[in-house]
Design a protein around this ligand. Structure first.
Ligand code: B12
Length: 389
């Protein structure tokens, strides 16, 4: 391959766009785009509104100049390479829920940790770019953890458009893509024609389908109501969300599943995104039986482990409650005296749904020994007049 310096003299760019595309393919990246390192002025009001309305989840960076200014992240930045990697693959399409007491995990999370997979691809791209330009390059990779707003970067780089569900939707793969970015001091030629942005038209399927009403307006997600957030949050889940969460143990795909733009899309081909172990439809009683160490051994290499095992245990208990799983009663009872409040509270709730008449006395006993006022309130039903249940 010719050296970058030759190209620079002809075009003024260190890397022409068609070369970037070829290198991206070699790095296993399906969709690539480029944008300048200019400030994302148009995102400022959207972000300010997001924080001002308290819709943030705590998983995003606090508001700062770094969220909108690439140069505040990498002072030498000239370009941003934006990538989209599809994670819906053939193997996923063949999945069927097995029988039994099983929960579900969102498609984005049941394979190998996408942070690691995308960072590896970006690392390969860096090596290829370095080789191409024939010098060390300054760069900063971002997959999820970058202060920059990944979707805004992707839009400006021409990867797709934002749907009413807030998702970045690509033409080829729909919204079933992970996003990543590479800030670099290279001047990379932008795509000469960026495709006309598609739009949702009058469709509002995602808004009406959201089980918790988290899409409060077109393009506006209240992160704290989003099931994806709730399943990853720690502590006690507010009662109004417990039933809508259903059997979900991690993440939620409803607003993407109903999206017509996701009907006819190509599939990705990276087998890293195939379900790991039993993670697509985990057996709930198996989850409850795992020690923390065993959980990490089984699921530590997925994107679902970062919040720790207790979030999983709590979610499995909630799912069993929602499934009215009588078979689970005696495995649940010991959690009434678990050291963690949220586990005791969710167990009392689950048992009240599964078989209040069978466990009333046991829960009433737990109530009498309980010292936490909130957990006590979750057990109160066992002491109330049972004709009201
Ligand atoms: C915090 C966070 C969450 C929070 C809050 C989500 C949210 N909407 O902000 C929670 C935990 C709820 C969450 C859920 C999910 N997340 Co998340 N999340 C993030 C994170 C870390 C920060 C997001 C952020 O800053 N939000 C602030 C708001 C204001 O920005 P935004 O919604 O991301 O983007 C808006 C602006 O870009 C603006 N915008 C920009 N240009 C334009 C142009 C036009 C015309 C319009 C109208 C708007 C617009 O509109 C966007 C949509 O509101 C990003 C990674 C990152 N660093 O960006 C991943 C990220 C957004 N999440 C991702 C994923 C996969 C998910 C889930 C699908 C996971 C799941 N299946 O459970 C759900 C989807 C929920 C949904 N419908 O949005 C992907 C999205 C990929 C994609 N195709 O869009 C990202 C980019 C991670 C990644 N690297 O791939 N997530």
């Amino acid at each position: 391959m010719s050296t970058g310096n030759q190209h620079m003299s002809c075009t003024g760019y260190d890397v022409p766009f068609h070369v970037l595309q070829q290198l991206a393919v070699r790095a296993g990246i399906e969709v690539v785009g480029v944008t300048t390192a200019d400030v994302f002025h148009d995102v400022v009001p959207q972000l300010q509104r997001y924080y001002a309305e308290g819709r943030q989840t705590g998983f995003e960076h606090p508001y700062s100049q770094q969220r909108v200014d690439p140069v505040a992240n990498l002072p030498s930045a000239k370009s941003i390479v934006a990538i989209a990697v599809p994670y819906r693959i053939e193997e996923t399409m063949r999945l069927r829920r097995p029988k039994g007491l099983r929960g579900s995990v969102s498609m984005y999370a049941f394979g190998h940790d996408y942070h690691r997979v995308l960072k590896k691809k970006l690392q390969s791209l860096v090596l290829l770019l370095t080789e191409y330009v024939g010098r060390e390059i300054d760069y900063q990779m971002g997959v999820d953890t970058s202060p920059l707003v990944d979707r805004a970067v992707a839009v400006r780089a021409g990867l797709g458009w934002i749907g009413k569900n807030g998702m970045l939707i690509t033409k080829a793969y729909g919204s079933w893509v992970f996003l990543g970015s590479l800030l670099t001091d290279l001047l990379i030629e932008p795509q000469s024609t960026v495709e006309q942005l598609d739009s949702c038209g009058t469709c509002t399927l995602c808004i009406t389908a959201c089980p918790t009403g988290a899409l409060v307006d077109p393009y506006i997600l209240d992160g704290q109501r989003c099931i994806s957030y709730l399943t990853q949050s720690k502590g006690i889940i507010p009662e109004e969300y417990r039933e809508p969460i259903g059997k979900r143990l991690w993440g939620c795909d409803v607003c993407q599943n109903v999206c017509p733009k996701n009907n006819v899309t190509l599939l990705g081909s990276d087998s890293s995104f195939a379900p790991v172990a039993d993670l697509s439809f985990p057996e709930l009683l198996h989850i409850l039986s795992l020690s923390r160490r065993a959980f990490m051994r089984e699921f530590g290499h997925t994107a679902t482990a970062w919040r720790g095992y207790y979030v999983w245990r709590r979610n499995a208990i909630m799912a069993l409650g929602n499934l009215r799983a009588k078979e689970a009663i005696w495995q649940l009872v010991p959690f009434l005296t678990d050291p963690r409040e949220e586990i005791r509270a969710m167990t009392a709730w689950a048992l009240s749904r599964i078989a209040p008449e069978i466990v009333r006395e046991i829960v009433a006993k737990a109530y009498s020994m309980e010292s936490d006022p909130y957990v006590k309130s979750e057990m109160q039903w066992a002491c109330d007049d049972h004709t009201s249940l």
